[in-house]
Design a binder for this molecule. Sequence first.
Ligand code: UDX
Ligand code: ADP
Length: 453
Amino acid sequence: MSFEKKILCIGAGYVGGPTMAMIAKKCPQYQIKVVDINPARIDAWNSNELPIYEPGLKEIVENVRGKNLFFGTDIDESIKEADIIFVSVNTPTKTFGFGAGKASDLQYIEKTARNILAASDRGKIVVEKSTLPVRTAESMERILNGNDKGMRFQIVSNPEFLAEGTAISDLENPDRVLIGGHPSEEGLAAVEEITKIYANWVPREKIITTNLWSSELSKLTANAFLAQRVSSINSISALCEKTGANVDEIANAIGKDSRIGSKFLKASIGFGGSCFKKDILNLVYLCEHYNLPEVADYWENVVKINEWQTTRSVKRVLRSLFNTITGKKIAVFGFAFKADTNDTRESPAHLVVRELLDERAIPVITDYKALPDAKRDLSDVLDKVQFTEDPYEAAKDAHAILLCTEWKQFAALDWQKIYDLMSKPALVFDGRNILDGEKLKKLGFEFMSIGKA
Ligand code: UDX
Ligand code: ADP
């Protein structure tokens, strides 16, 4: 069968994998190929155990894999064949040199651009899918169009707004699709090419087209605004604890104001994930670069409040356990940065475990999907941490439970049984406000949660 278009995605991660699976499902007329430099990851995409957990993803992949969706490591050959290339490689925070700790590390992006240039024998549309600092497309263009073979590449920005845990429904029914390009004739034609892909299932009025820089900066801005809401409600949670106000009641009351809205007002032990911290720090770096120190400070505080929220939670637990947890078993319920994902990047649970270790406690971690990633993150301290898939086993002889991830299974556990297994006073700290505190207190637990006196 011949396909109308050949689409390639470089980078088979949390963004590239699900996005291409959805395009393949919605567009049987296109051939979709996803490549990665990591052969283990590609093997996993071709197996029954996908490398990432996302509700509904496996069913889609199993339906289209081998028909119009393919995973491989033959990067050069795939580049040569492709008409359109999505770039979805990682852009972590730089750990060295200028901008270390804030700026995005663009080495994978640059390598990918050079790779595309070397393997191509004609110009193509290159789509930035990864979240990037504003004006990255300019560097991509310099690399790609600085060739002497007469090839012209068009760069388009199409940031992905999916959230993990809800990736499939977000992709199937997005609030909007954003596509940015140059206002030139070729630029507009490239934007229209990408629009046509999404128009296979997304209503045209939800497809927004902008200039390149607006598109790049919109993604950073969206994440900064969402993270700011979480840090704002988390800052108020601390005031609630001092005053007897209840943060869930406040969130409900202010969320009813249509100007504020009800989403992203759930107080928590802290936000995590691959985007929020990285993108805000990137924004901070950009503001510093453009000599806007006040704006940089403003956004940096959103990240600082987040870390403070996690740390102060651990301190509350410590105080309740007579200011010493040395040698005490402490159960950590959930290591993923949120429910319904195996992703642990920037998870608040990670900071919690490190702080427990600083106090020489014995953390016992349980999670429904994230234990393999947890073991990788804690590989330097494996002899000091325990892992178990069984929450009852984690609770056995523990002096406290710190609930860090809102897996709904935790609320449905047999808490009487847990109480009987634990050391007394059995303390539960609900870092996600998903448990029924009154019920737990009746069972005999000492109970604490975020933003409630
Ligand atoms: C986010 C953006 O939502 C998405 O558009 C972007 O593409 C990538 O970054 P994601 O990191 O997958 O997605 O998760 P999200 O649902 O936004 O949650 C981020 C963090 O904030 C999680 O740790 C979550 O538990 C926390 N959170 C979220 C809260 O603590 N309270 C809330 O009310 C909402
Ligand atoms: P995201 O959450 O943004 O999708 P991930 O880290 O999950 O980020 O995925 C990025 C993927 O990109 C990784 O699987 C990584 O191996 C891959 N990658 C990085 N650089 C290259 C490259 N030059 N060529 C192909 N794949 C790459």
